[in-house]
Ligand binder design. Structure first.
Ligand SMILES: [Fe+2]
Ligand SMILES: [Fe+2]
Length: 373
């Protein structure tokens, strides 16, 4: 977090100051002293209980969790279990069955992942509020359309699951024994056709239910999107934890981040159950090919589909022995990197300029946070 004395020049710095500095300035105990006493005053939120950088990191995570909840809610309404824990929607039997091609318990897992995200969002905001810090509310950005398929609620959404380009490099990244994205390494997509053009991960309408091959392709797309989202959360928490100051905030990041890892591992396991399938969307004409993942160009011992735990790889320095780790975990720019990859996936297609400005602002503030000793 930039200090007052370093100057507040750019728009983002000014916004950061308005959100955190001015909030602190409003507290009677800080007052004008904020402007002259430098780091110690500026680095604290109202009540002097939460470091400004910690608050910024928690706010970005709250926003990420709200977005996760929104997308998982859409999956749950159509393909999960709708109950008092995760209300909304009435289920779409055909889509639910298609997703269950990956595992008979997929509806339960979708339900549980959805509930987890909801509790992450609510907990982080409640914690921020308990410290007198600003919380995050994205309700005014709920402008995207719901699916017209039977089972979905007709409400405004934050995220778009019907025009996705899904990054499936997590599949090869976690199977590599020699590469690590933190060393600048890149990885091939497991499903190259999913990475380009716009794909549906939920049926847009009941017309998408008519052809079982097409519906299966949509369900498989969801299966790979689940893992793509949750590996992002897995890295995000580990990356941002390195820059928090309070041990309690560190505990929050480690404890929530651990569940993102559990989600990712589950979805990584299920995605490996995909069967070869080719589909061309009858309306958009977009083609997707789910290849045999146990055959060339993947295949072989390192790529077999039952490898659901990370292969050990290089970490920190190539001089060390390889190590089984989460990757990436580099902390620099981690929040913006997460936002950019979500944006590149098409998850926010149709969102307003104000939405992107707001999310960018939250990410910039989180990435300016540094550990205070
Ligand atoms: Fe989460
Ligand atoms: Fe998650």
């Amino acid at each position: 977090m930039k200090k007052i004395g370093s100057g507040i020049k750019s728009g983002s710095d000014r916004r950061s100051f308005l959100k955190t500095g001015m909030a602190a300035a409003g507290a009677a105990t800080v007052g004008v002293g904020l402007l002259t006493s430098g780091k110690s005053a500026y680095a604290e939120e109202k009540g002097g209980r939460l470091d400004a950088g910690d608050a910024a990191i928690l706010r970005f995570l709250a926003a990420a969790e709200i977005l996760e909840t929104d997308l998982w809610q859409q999956y749950n309404e159509l393909g999960g279990i709708q109950d008092k824990e995760v209300p909304g929607g009435s289920g779409n039997p055909a889509y639910t069955k298609a997703i269950q091609a990956l595992d008979a318990d997929m509806d339960q897992y979708i339900h549980d992942n959805t509930e987890d995200e909801l509790t992450h969002e609510q907990f982080i905001n409640a914690y921020l509020a308990s410290k007198g810090a600003d919380t995050v509310n994205l309700d005014h950005f709920r402008v995207l359309e719901s699916s017209d398929a039977s089972g979905a609620q007709d409400i405004g959404r934050l995220t778009n699951l019907m025009q996705l380009s899904v990054d499936t490099t997590w599949y090869t990244r976690y199977r590599s024994r020699t590469k690590n994205p933190d060393f600048g390494d890149t990885f091939p997509h497991a499903i190259p056709t999913l990475a380009v053009h716009e794909h549906k991960a939920i049926p847009a309408s009941n017309a998408d239910l008519n052809d079982s091959n097409h519906l299966q392709a949509i369900a498989y797309t969801a299966g790979f999107h689940f893992a793509s989202i949750e590996q992002g959360g897995t890295s995000l928490y580990a990356s941002l934890a390195q820059r928090v100051t309070s041990v309690e905030v560190l505990r929050i990041l480690l404890s929530i981040g651990g569940t993102e890892i559990m989600h990712f591992q589950t979805w990584q396991d299920k995605a490996g159950n995909v069967k070869p399938l080719t589909d061309v969307d009858p309306v958009t004409k977009v083609k997707v090919v789910f290849p045999d993942l146990n055959a060339s160009p993947l295949g072989g011992e390192d790529f077999q589909t039952n490898l659901i735990m990370p292969e050990p790889t290089i970490f920190l320095s190539k001089d060390f022995p390889v190590c089984s780790i989460i990757r990436p975990t580099a902390t620099k720019g981690a929040a913006m990197g997460a936002l950019q990859s979500l944006t590149a996936s098409g998850l926010f297609k149709g969102q307003s300029k104000a939405f992107f400005l707001h999310l960018t602002d939250l990410a910039e503030d989180a990435d300016e946070a540094s550990r205070e000793f």
